[in-house]
Ligand binder design. Structure first.
Ligand code: PLP
Length: 434
């Protein structure tokens, strides 16, 4: 596989861009080598600057659920562009998308569009504080909620439980109201409730996707809902990743819970920068201009982004690919397990709908700690072999693989072939090392 053009672009980019990327997840830090530069994509495939074509299981970290450049979506974007790009005033597209989103989420009467998942979550936290008049929030270790100060704790570090900032530049004061609990561990939440009066909200990825894919146990998620209700604490479901991913609507419905505030992003923009937060009437009444909680955005509800989101969701509703997603995910899971067994490699595979994650570990992965037992050296070998054999994966053991409705039988064959070659490479290279 030639990556000469990517390598030279990377070097060029380093001069004026930080690490030659605009988001650190795109750097290949944990797998080594140079990040691949993309030239174009269509359907299930993505093509890099050297002309290598891959089956895309990154899908822009989720948004490209229909595959790239779906004809109907492309048509809608082009049509919207002819009218202008941004007006600083309301357009009909915002009303249409709001209606579609609110109808898909029970318990969401009103929605506010923003420009990213980060913005959706930080606004939802502000809203929860405004509504309850309380300050503290509980988040779970290993869950990622964007890069706002208060939430950059335990978004991936061992210092997690100490409520220390996970990034330089975040003052201790910014995270002193953030309490950390353990995913799938209700006791760790109860402990905080016993010790603190001032808790406004608990925020959770209902299906964790940012420490790898991890499902909540039913007792845990139901217990969390009951507990927060009992204590008059709002439950915030961060569905930035899971929204419209595993059903038309949210993971909450699949799990049988209803959060007080829901955060969205990724899929709802269909590849354009859109985020959203929504809740029942009574809560949304707090948001300006109706209420006293201020939140604004020059480009929020951008007409091109709304057109792309609308066309994506409409097509998604029409295709209803969720059963087929599940079937394909199960197939890929079986390929992984079979191949790992044949090569004597310890592997756990978690999947939820169209999100899937192999962990190179013997331990069942149920929380951040067990996810951390994964052998990232094995993943590194696996990753590069998959790339060599035509499958574009997120360059991290802890990022979910995503499926698109454009993924076809041939792609599945490519994936199967790549998995078999990659697993045996992992086995061969691991043995050599020992
Ligand atoms: C991606 C993600 C975010 C952040 O969204 P951005 O658009 O990257 O700011 C927040 N929460 C979850 C669960 C996510 O997966």
């Amino acid at each position: 596989m030639h990556l000469d053009t990517s390598i030279s672009l990377f070097k060029k980019g380093e001069k004026h861009l930080v690490g030659s990327v605009n988001s650190p997840v795109r750097a290949f830090k944990s797998v080594g080598g140079v990040p691949v530069f993309i030239d174009h994509a269509k359907g299930s495939k993505i093509v890099d600057a050297d002309g290598n074509s891959y089956v895309d299981l990154v899908l822009s970290y989720g948004p490209m659920i229909l595959g790239h450049r779906h004809p109907k979506v492309e048509r809608s974007i082009k049509k919207a562009m002819k009218k202008g790009y941004s007006f600083g005033a309301s357009t009909q597209g915002e009303i249409k998308l709001a209606k579609l989103v609110c109808e898909a989420f029970p318990g969401m009467d009103k929605v506010r569009f923003v420009n990213s998942g980060t913005e959706a979550v930080l606004s939802a936290i502000r809203l929860a504080r405004a509504f309850t008049g309380k300050n503290k929030i509980i988040k779970f270790s290993g869950c990622y909620h964007g890069h706002s100060d208060a939430l950059l704790v335990a978004a991936g570090s061992g210092l997690a439980t100490l409520s220390l900032p996970g990034s330089k530049g975040v003052p201790d004061e910014a995270v002193k109201n953030t309490l950390i609990a353990e995913f799938n561990n209700l006791e760790s939440v109860k402990k905080h409730l016993d010790n603190h009066q001032d808790i406004a909200a608990v925020i959770i990825e209902p299906i964790a996707g940012n420490m790898g894919v991890i499902e909540p146990a039913q007792e845990f998620i139901q217990g969390l809902r009951a507990l927060t209700r009992k204590h008059d604490i709002l439950l915030i479901a961060d569905e930035v990743m899971t929204g419209f991913r595993s059903k038309f609507g949210g993971a909450q419905e699949l799990l049988g819970i209803e959060a007080d505030i829901t955060c969205l992003g990724k899929v709802i923009g269909g590849g354009f920068p859109v985020g959203a937060y929504g809740a029942r009437e009574e809560i949304m009444q707090m948001v300006a201009p109706l209420g006293q909680m201020y939140q604004a955005g020059t480009l929020s509800g951008n007409p091109i982004a709304m057109a792309c989101g609308m066309a994506t969701l409409k097509e998604l509703k029409k295709q209803d690919p969720y059963k087929s997603f599940n079937k394909k995910a199960v197939k890929i899971k079986e390929m992984l397990i079979k191949s790992a067994e044949a090569n004597g490699i310890d592997l756990q595979v978690n999947h939820f709908g169209s999100m899937i994650n192999p962990f190179f570990t013997r331990e069942k992965v149920i929380d951040f700690k067990s996810a951390q037992t994964s052998d990232t050296e094995q993943f590194k070998i696996f990753f590069w072999e998959m790339m060599e054999n035509g499958v574009f994966l997120p360059p991290s053991q802890f990022e979910a693989w995503f499926l698109s409705s454009a993924l076809n039988k041939n792609d599945l064959k490519t994936i199967e072939n790549a998995i078999n070659i990659s697993m045996s490479a992992v086995a061969a290279k691991t043995k050599n090392a020992k």
